[in-house]
Design a protein. Sequence first.
Length: 327
Amino acid sequence: MKRPLIALILVTTILLSACGAAAPTASPVDRQTIAGGAPVEAPAATMAPLAQAPAPAEKSADSYNSAGSAVPPIQQDRLVIQNADLALVVKDPKAKMDQMGQMAKTMGGFVVSMNLYQTTTQNGTQVPEGTIVIRVPADHMEDALNQIKGDVVDIQNETRSGQDVTQEYVDLNSRLKNLEAAEAQLTKIMQDATKTEDVLNVFNQLVATREQIELIKGQMQYYEQSAAYSAISARLIAEETIKPLQVGGWKPQGVVRDAIQSLINFLQDFVDFLIWAIIYYLPKLILIGLVIALPIWLVYIVVRAVRRRTKKDKTPPAAPTEPPAEP
């Protein structure tokens, strides 16, 4: 009884190690990066209904015909995460933000985040500006974008992005099945174990296996919800912010813009020159100076020492001084 039990524990340990080593470096379970670089928390399951996961292709006993040749597996539906990032000029950012939130709820989606703040125009006026992130069902994304862009003053930027996570999802599903099989085997081993030490060892492996199962289920749920609900991130800019400054029919914004652009170009060139001078030219000049100056200095030291020695050899000895005659 003892030897078969130890053998089963060793086999299960090797299986768990193989499952752990095959873990891909997937993105975090509870966070997503939308287009434009803003991190968005993964929505909780209570905020929106969970989309049905596409059934991954499996190889079973029916996958082989009577002749023994393999039958092509069922085509795996693509799992694509679609996002959109907009920068819109609107008449009233607050009203537009409320409109987008209500539209998302009507379509069966939800609001992820909203932020309304004040900004200053060129003439010093305080105007509202805001950002909003919503999620709508993927099949309603085009309709949502058309409604959002329908009554805006200007569209400064529109970015669409898509991420195909089908392969990652299929890999996670395969790992999940292997871990669930290992969990069932470990449970059976623990039920058959008689020694306390064996029970504790199997229990620790069972806890680690269940932890990996929960992590994989969370990642799969994240992929499912991200593909089922597309994220739309919008920056809402007040119309007053982009209105040109006009004084008596003269619009100085062009001159100011050109002057600022010229100043920026000069500062960029000046900073580039300083970087090159400090990092490239200065060390190069110091190195060249050392290479040239060091031999010259050594020659000068040698020549000076030789001249001093020669001058000392040519100097005649001083005549002895006679004592003064006695009176």
